[in-house]
Design a protein around this ligand. Structure first.
Ligand SMILES: [Zn+2]
Length: 429
């Protein structure tokens, strides 16, 4: 299976500066090529990867800053752009900004990258034009390198290898028939239908206060100043530290869920909608005034959604599930917190408080999140038992332009072969 391995790089100041330049060249190739595609689009014409790659070769002869960076990285940028445009459309693909997007570039030829271990902690990799770079080898590569991406995250540079580890997914989960429903919440990050909680505090109170102070310091600096750059670095450092904790929690929780259960059911979260702002509603009795609309609580919830990384847990579980044979499904979350999992009665009043669920029909009492997780599991079992109509498992139509075109040509060739009459009088061999 293809999998990722990410290590921190220890670049020399010269290499870091060169890496920054490679990232900059890739960004400007992306932006120029995207603009070119849009100009063609406006004129009703079309330009593709091959023509752009040809023009890139020409441009390299003209500009020294393009010629000095690894050519395959620039080419890969054009390929990435081509795929992004094919997938999302030329108008939805975004520009790469020097401020918003951290520099990142990929070496597509994994076979040409050699990694050597130096000692227990350090290894080195040879990259085109960058030369030997030192990396902190925190775990073995464990497979054949397919490609390598170098990117900067905050102050540090990282290298991610795409690796073929040679492992195959198992036929069946080691714990057949085991299932669990997952309710993600604010008070406890993960509640399981078997009554177990997984929780961690990602930002301690002091850190939250410190983050506010750093934000304030940043807001007071002048645009473009050296002090602003430093202040931004401090904010990013703290955010990075908290983010890594979140990632760690997601990975560990995912591991427990995937190794323990054959079926894991999540509720489908519309995180984007939930984090969006609330429209103010005018108060009918006081003209010009607005009703209290829960905007403050929403912003609080907003913050904790982003804080608890609910989506990361799901993504990590899906990734881990490939190795354990676990099925991960998502169900509609409607009424899962209001329905009693014993008598299935739905009543908003059954939820006495944040933590307590007491059914108004049958009197069943349980922790509210556990009750919700059980409902999620029930919904997931029903969905898992019957495959959705109209979805054929394993069948896939060719999606890209090339596939469709090839199909058309193949069909056309078949038709001509069938309709072409045999030339008379000439015997076939
Ligand atoms: Zn009940």
């Amino acid at each position: 299976m293809l999998t990722g391995r990410r290590y921190r790089l220890d670049l020399t100041p010269g290499q870091a500066e060169f890496a920054e330049r490679i990232g900059g060249a890739c960004r400007s190739v992306w932006n120029t090529a995207l603009e070119q595609r849009r100009v063609h689009h406006r004129r009703g014409a079309w330009i593709g990867y091959h023509e752009q790659a040809r023009q890139l070769v020409e441009a390299k002869g003209e500009f020294g800053w393009l010629a000095e960076v690894p050519g395959r990285c620039l080419q890969q940028t054009l390929i990435d752009l081509d795929q992004a445009c094919a997938k999302h459309g030329t108008w939805k693909v975004r520009w790469k900004s020097r401020v918003r997007n951290a520099p990142s570039f990929r070496f597509p030829e994994g076979g040409k990258i050699t990694v050597e271990r130096l000692n227990r902690r350090w290894a080195r990799a040879k990259l085109p034009k960058l030369g030997w770079v030192r990396l902190r080898i925190t775990r073995p590569l464990g497979g054949k390198i397919k490609n390598a991406t170098v990117c900067r995250d905050g102050r540090h540079w990282y290298i991610s290898f795409l690796v073929e580890d040679g492992l195959a997914p198992p036929e069946r989960h080691a714990n057949p028939g085991s299932r669990v429903g997952i309710d993600r919440g604010v008070v406890k990050v993960v509640t399981r239908s078997d009554g177990i909680f997984h929780h961690r505090v990602f930002a301690r109170d002091r850190e939250a206060a410190h983050a506010k102070k750093l934000q304030r310091d940043f807001a007071r600096t002048a645009r473009g100043s050296a002090r602003r750059k430093k202040a931004a670095g401090r904010v990013a450092d703290l955010a990075g530290r908290i983010g890594r904790r979140r990632q760690d929690f997601a990975a560990k929780t995912a591991c427990v869920l995937a190794t323990g259960f054959e079926l894991v059911v999540f509720e489908a979260l519309a995180t984007k909608n939930m984090t969006a702002g609330v429209e103010p509603r005018p108060d009918p009795e006081r003209p010009g005034a607005f009703l209290p609309n829960g905007a403050a609580s929403k912003s609080g919830l907003n913050r904790s959604i982003l804080d608890n990384g609910w989506h990361r847990i799901e993504v990590a579980t899906i990734g881990k599930a490939r190795y354990t044979g676990t099925h991960v499904i998502k169900v509609n979350p409607a009424y899962t917190s209001q329905r009693c999992n014993v008598c299935t009665a739905v009543d908003g009043k059954s939820r006495e408080s944040q933590a307590v669920f007491r059914c108004t029909s049958c009197g069943h009492t349980e922790h509210a999140d556990v009750n919700a997780a059980k409902n999620i599991l029930t919904a997931g079992r029903a969905e898992h038992a019957q495959p959705r109509p109209g979805v054929r498992v394993g069948a896939r139509k060719p999606r890209n332009r090339v596939g469709r075109k090839a199909n058309r040509q193949a069909t056309a060739a078949q038709v001509t072969a069938q309709t072409e009459p045999e030339p008379a009088g000439i015997p076939r061999l």
